[in-house]
Design a protein around this ligand. Sequence first.
Ligand code: HOZ
Length: 430
Amino acid sequence: MSDEVSKALFARAQQRIPGGVNSPVRAFASVGGEPVFIRRAEGCWLEGADGKRYVDYVGSWGPMILGHAHPAVLGAITEAAKDGTSFGAPTEREVVLAETLCEALPSMDMVRLTSSGTEACMSALRLARGFTGRSKLIKFEGCYHGHADFLLVKAGSGAATQGVPDSAGVPESTAARTLTAQFNDLASVRALLDAHGDDVAAVIVEPVVGNMGCVPPDDGFLQALEDLCRSRGALLVLDEVMTGFRVAYGGAQARYGVTPDLTTLGKIAGGGLPLGAFGGRAEILKMLAPLGPVYQAGTLSGNPLATAAGLATLAQLRDPAVYAGLERIGAALEEGLREAAARAGVACVVQRVGAMWTVFFTAEPVRSWHEANRCDRSKFAVFHQSMLADGIYLPPSQFEAAFHGIQHDDTIVERTLVAARSAFKRVASA
Ligand code: HOZ
């Protein structure tokens, strides 16, 4: 489905880069196509290597909530770069970003910056183990928390998309300490806590799952999870890499009223540059080196460009009107997609929280990995191909949430729905 220029680049890429991509889900394998190579982007538009334009609903997998090449972000990066790109020494911007993050998410007294969400999750869980002195972790099947060994256990996102939710190369002994529960099923968590006594250090969860497609928490699920963790002495770790500054300025914890012990961030917090963060209660964070015995480090952590981009992005998001606008556009997309599917007689479920959403090709609501995995992926592939041909760039996997940002307006929604009407017709006749 990709253009001739992209085809040629992909052929070259495959000679030198495994699978031709630097992250597997970019390969378009599960939607039966080849990736579009991107040469530039602006606002909600991507431009392919051959000049064709696409409305972007991937947003670099989440960070680009302001749209691409936002002038405030570009200005901040450019100014910062003039003063040098990395010092490996503390800077004022790191302090301001730490203050900004802690103000936005009051569950965090302190925060440490990393260079990716993977590092943030891996480090937060090491810290949870160091703080509690316990060794086991509970995660939810289909949730994805980056590609650290002990988190590639029944993982979602690209791992599920490629059919490797339990990666080769992870020693059994490492995977054995990661226990898996079912999302939206508190009893499954309780059963693990009962069986593993007081050796569970933490429960990590995507509060709104984005890595099996968009799956919201049932009413009360997160609060009940918080209570259960407290009663068993396990830390609750909210992975807000995707949801932070997306489903609300204060993330899912603000939207759903839940107070985690630790939070991980990335994506929007770095404004499109490599940045992650993990934070929480001071007594826990003070266990980190150089104050405490839990080691964690990074040459580029909190680097000047990423902190500049993050701060510039968060400054634009502080206005509540931003989230009201994202909600309005999200509702229009959700309603329009549902209507288009119904008109074409296609059984599907549109799930959305704020500015993240998924069209699942199944008749029943998706509340867990088992339900997500029942979706008809071949129908999703037809839908994806048709949308792409009509200039709408969706995540190339049934198991990745789509994102819109502040540059998606009513005209873009209408354009998207025109493409969706014919895509659903193609699905119906496939
Ligand atoms: N973590 C991103 C959202 N699922 C995907 C990025 C990737 O795996 O390349």
